[in-house]
Design a protein. Structure first.
Length: 141
């Protein structure tokens, strides 16, 4: 399967992006609300990438580059919201998306990339070179 990667555009919001993201969690945004979120994320410099195959959006992930006060103001990449459309799982799209994000993080000058995942996904990320490092914590507000 031929897959290309690119940054999310506003047109993608109505062309399968939200359906692909819904493979990760319920998306409760109208198209207008999604456009506002998209614009706000662009202003913050948040990178959302899509995988396109067969003229469809089949995967997505987000890469945030956080400038730190430590490491001489270096950038730390955060991978978030990795999702593959249910019809396209088990085709290597998730792996290819993560590898693409890692290349983008290198291009941006990140000194490390981190992510949080559920325990059952640890082997997937380990195959891509990630290692367990610390314990993720959460509080819902």
């Amino acid at each position: 399967m031929d897959i290309t990667f690119r940054e999310l555009t506003a047109l993608d919001l109505q062309e399968g992006f939200l359906e692909t993201l819904a493979g990760l969690a319920q998306v409760d945004l109208t198209p207008d609300e999604a456009r506002e979120v998209f614009r706000a994320r662009l202003r913050l410099g948040i990178h959302t990438y899509v995988a396109v195959a067969q003229d469809r959006i089949v995967g997505t992930l987000t890469l945030l580059a956080e400038q730190k006060f430590i490491h001489h103001g270096g950038l730390c990449g955060h991978i978030e919201d990795v999702s593959v459309h249910p019809e396209f799982k088990q085709h290597g799209i998730g792996s290819a998306l993560v590898r693409h994000a890692l290349e983008e993080a290198r291009r941006l000058g990140c000194y490390k990339v981190i992510l949080d995942c559920f325990e059952n996904l640890v082997p997937f990320y380990q195959r891509l070179g990630f290692r367990s490092y610390n314990v993720g914590m959460r509080i819902d507000l």
